[in-house]
Design a protein around this ligand. Structure first.
Ligand code: KIV
Length: 285
């Protein structure tokens, strides 16, 4: 029997019933792996810029990039809810643009929901998307599309005043109809309070253990991202070292004439070979 793919209402209904495991993915193989691992939600995050496109941040990620990668991921995902991340300036410039761009994730790329960064200032955009039939996931706390204004990748909600603003924004997003809310790099106490006070699932990343679910970036979990990792990331396996060793071994074998060996070589059948060798160089074809 074909497995039913999770929907935004399924994710909403999980609040208080079970913890949600969310993973990012960016293409067909990472989508296959994340889906096979049993993720509830697979997010094609605009972290695409950092982990796949070699960009220093997410500001250079475009709608074209996101649609291209969401399409590829959607061909792999059969069980999880697939969420497309709205990139910088795809929704901030106006409500009509926001709905049109959000709609493209569903119409062209196979996503069944979108995520956007920001608080109460985007309620009109979110309501318009919902009216068009597009489920929306919110994202508060460290919102990487704001790094130019924030002055870098900094934890948010550390003062009582900033924490109160986060709680107010979370309530506004929940009341507007978001089906889930990502909380990134906020103190655990603030995330716990938001989780208690809103009736949609909170999905934490660097937001402590009390959220309704957690999200991590695919490349961080499997150790495919060299360089500094934020302290809240847990790397479950190091794929970088064995992958680099395998690729170096291949290069050395090619240079040393050891690849391809007999096992990777296709040879002619003996009778065809005899006929081939008997024919003169310019003989009949
Ligand atoms: O872009 C992304 O991958 C994200 C997650 C870290 C939540 O926004």
């Amino acid at each position: 029997m074909p497995q039913k793919q999770l929907t935004a209402p399924d994710i909403l209904a999980a609040k208080g019933a079970r913890k949600l495991a969310v993973l990012t993915a960016y293409d067909y193989p990472t989508g296959l792996l994340a889906d096979a691992a049993g993720a509830d939600v697979i997010l094609v995050g605009d972290s695409l810029g950092n982990v796949c496109l070699g960009l220093p941040d997410t500001l250079g990620v475009t709608m074209a990039d996101m649609l291209h990668h969401t399409k590829a991921t959607s061909r792999a995902v059969k069980s999880a809810l697939l969420v497309g991340d709205m990139p910088f300036l795809s929704y901030q410039t106006g409500i009509e643009t926001a709905v049109a761009n959000a709609g493209r994730f569903l119409q062209e790329a196979g996503a069944r929901a979108v995520k956007l960064e920001g608080g109460a200032e985007f309620i009109p955009h979110i309501k318009a998307m919902l009216a068009a039939g597009i489920p929306v996931m919110g994202h508060l706390g460290l919102t990487p599309q704001q790094i130019a204004r924030l002055g870098g990748f900094k934890a948010q909600g550390k003062t009582a005043r900033a924490a109160r603003k986060l709680v107010a924004d979370a309530k506004a997003l929940a009341e507007a109809g978001c089906f889930a809310l990502v909380l990134e790099a906020v103190p655990a106490e603030v995330a716990a309070r938001i989780t208690r006070e809103i009736d949609i699932p909170t999905i934490g990343i660097g937001a402590g253990p009390d959220c309704d679910g957690q999200v991590l970036v695919f490349h961080d979990i499997v150790g495919l991202c060299p360089g500094l990792r934020p302290s809240f990331v847990k790397q479950y396996v190091d794929l970088w070292t064995p992958a680099r060793e395998a690729l170096s071994a291949y290069c050395a074998e090619v240079r040393g004439g050891r690849f391809p060996a007999e096992a990777q070589t296709r040879r002619m059948a003996a009778d065809e070979l005899a006929e081939f060798q008997a024919a003169s160089e310019y003989g009949d074809a």
